[in-house]
Design a protein around this ligand. Structure first.
Ligand SMILES: Nc1ncnc2c1ncn2[C@@H]1O[C@H](COP(=O)(O)OP(=O)(O)OP(=O)(O)O)[C@@H](O)[C@H]1O
Length: 584
């Protein structure tokens, strides 16, 4: 896969160049002795569990791994050998299969240049490879005290990245470990833009051939992933990276999962960023497939043409309601066939009609027809990425433009937009003070935007995550646990799914504007800042006061989400069914 994992020669190079590792490893990255000791001991006692886990994961994958690949990623039975290959024991003990056959690059062979992105559980840096001179992106993955679950999820990301290699998938080039640090860096080719950042640039409005060009690349990347038995499960603008040649690549496989349509396994429904999350996941589906990514792709297509997000929900309830209002509520047949866990809770008393055609009447007909397909309520009707690529949208004029003919943009990242937001806020603060001092009336400036609710935050109400967070907080560690769907909920890492943890969606209801039309940002109260941006979101206020639910119904709000889930599960069905009192 053209990786740049370091060979022994690299270490020799470093020694020859006399570059000291300490120059590149910050003091705060160094674990305390206690942490190191815990990691070493922990890896020892965990071995049996890890072996069992690897077996399960392997069983899960065997259906869709071709024989050569199976050989390539075969687990190394000799942990001592792995350690000799330069991997820290905490990593090789838990993620042996993911790093099999590779040798790590050392941190001191890269020079960090700039922080370019921040994710839920990672920081991303622009860096120079001191050996090749190439500019790369280093994704530094933090671990909660080397918690086994976190390392396993990172291992899954690596396994997925090793499986997918395509011009429209970001190129994974290797791994970097540091002698002193418990973190790990994933090395990627550097991409100058992401679609969310680009779209947020004032004045950028994509033409139809440009939209086709982006969508063609997005669907080609997805087609490849799906053919490789990989679901991305977090398609959104900030995970669609673009280089200066106009090439779009899928990135962030942190929530991706292996799947095999012939041997279906239950997976967590707590994936995909809220605005792009399909109805079946909001309804608690644990058996699903390529349709989840196709729904997100449909949302992106409509967003690119509309110039703003089409369903910017702030809670899962609101999201589902927006979906029903635009795409119609599921048919009786679908409710019966799908047997979705939350069907009784969310089924509206009166069905909602579908109004995609009316809402998007200005869209080109071939685009509308593809959106109709991709935004089908029944995932089986969304087709496949291949079918979408063969649709009229791509085969009728005006055709997709060539990527190289796309305009050259200045570097834009969602991160840049966030920095600009912060600067603007600071400036407003200063202005506010100056105005207050001068007695002048303060001019209100809208925020440029915040964040769509990412899947990890949607996980927050799960008891297992709250428990874990509590533990992490007690240990005074950085928390990223919400990024990882709890393994017992995710068949993709080989654990059985325990339905007792499958609470319904969050009902933290601080939205009083549910009846707003799909395209009225003022009415929804979401501060729009443009295409593919994330809205400001506030989570679970700590109150037990009754709050007005989206449709005007009263739903009790509880301490951050979990209490609410439990309560609704036990006795709140009547309340919830009223949230969807009827279609309009
Ligand atoms: N190869 C790359 N080149 C340039 N920038 C990148 C690259 N990979 C990631 N980034 C930037 O870093 C950001 C965060 O990366 P990524 O999405 O992989 O992290 P994450 O922790 O999984 O994020 P999230 O929690 O938002 O899903 C991206 O939105 C992007 O702007």
């Amino acid at each position: 896969m053209g990786c740049i994992v370091c060979k022994t020669a690299v270490r020799d190079d470093r020694e020859r160049s006399g570059v000291s590792e300490d120059r590149h490893v910050k003091a705060e990255e160094r674990p305390s002795d206690a942490t190191t000791a815990a990691a070493v001991n922990g890896s020892g006692v965990r071995k049996e569990g890890v072996r069992r886990q690897r077996k399960k994961t392997h069983r899960h994958r065997t259906g869709d791994v071709s024989p050569p690949e199976r050989r390539k990623f075969k687990s190394n039975p000799n942990p001592a050998l792995r350690t000799q290959q330069g991997w820290p024991s905490w990593l090789s003990a838990v993620a042996g299969e993911a790093i099999e056959g590779w040798t790590p690059r050392r941190a001191d062979t890269f020079e960090k240049l700039d922080k370019i992105g921040q994710g839920t559980y990672s920081n991303v840096y622009k860096a120079r490879d001191l050996i090749s001179g190439k500019i790369v992106a280093l994704k530094k993955v933090r671990f909660d005290n080397l918690e086994t679950e976190s390392v396993k999820f990172m291992a899954r990301e690596i396994l997925v990245l090793r499986r997918v290699e395509h011009p429209n998938v970001v190129k994974f080039e290797g791994l970097v470990t540091s002698r002193m640090s418990c973190s790990l860096y994933l090395v990627f080719e550097y991409m100058e833009h992401d679609l969310a950042g680009l779209a947020a640039c004032p004045g950028i409005k994509f033409t139809e051939p440009q939209v086709k060009c982006y969508m063609k690349q997005l669907l080609s990347g997805l087609e490849h992933c799906h053919n490789q038995g990989v679901l991305h499960r977090d398609i959104k603008g900030s995970n669609l990276l673009l280089d200066n040649e106009g090439i779009l690549k899928l990135a962030d496989f942190g929530l991706a999962a292996f799947y095999d349509p012939a041997h279906r396994q239950p997976m967590t429904s707590r994936v995909v960023t809220l605005w792009y999350r399909p109805p079946e996941l909001l309804l608690g589906a644990t058996y699903y497939g390529v349709g989840v990514d196709l729904w997100s792709a449909g949302c992106i297509l409509a967003e690119l043409l509309a110039g703003k997000p089409i369903m910017p929900g702030r809670t899962e309830v609101e999201q589902l309601h927006k979906i029903f209002k635009l795409c119609g509520s599921p048919s009786e047949e679908y409710w019966k066939k799908s047997k979705l866990p939350h069907a009784t809770i969310f089924k509206p008393q009166q069905p909602y009609g579908r109004c995609l055609v009316e809402t998007f009447k200005d869209f080109p007909p071939s685009a509308l027809s593809l959106i109709e397909t991709l935004l089908s309520i029944d995932p089986d009707e969304r087709g496949s990425a291949t079918a979408a690529l063969n649709s009229d949208f791509f085969t009728t004029e005006p055709y997709a433009c060539e990527p190289s003919s796309l305009p050259k943009y200045p570097p834009t990242k969602e991160m840049d937009m966030k920095l600009q937001d912060e600067a603007a806020r600071r400036q407003r603060g200063l202005n506010g003070k100056a105005n207050a001092a001068g007695g002048a009336k303060r001019v209100r400036v809208h925020d440029r935007g915040g964040r769509a609710v990412p899947a990890p935050e949607a996980n927050a109400e799960l008891q297992v995550n709250l428990d874990r967070r509590r533990l992490v907080a007690q240990a005074n560690a950085k928390s990223k646990s919400e990024k990882f769907p709890p393994p017992h909920q995710d068949g993709a890492v080989g654990y059985p799914l325990d339905s007792s943890h499958n609470g319904p969606a969050s009902f933290v209801a601080h939205d009083t504007s549910f009846a707003s039309s799909v395209f009225d940002p003022k009415a929804t109260g979401v501060p729009f800042s443009g295409l593919l941006r994330k809205p400001a979101v506030r989570f679970g206020r700590k109150t037990k006061e009754p709050q007005v639910a989206p449709s005007g119904m009263f739903v009790r709000a509880f301490r951050p989400s979990i209490g609410l889930s439990m309560d609704l599960r036990n006795k709140g069905k009547e309340q919830v069914s009223e949230v969807f009192g009827g279609g309009k």
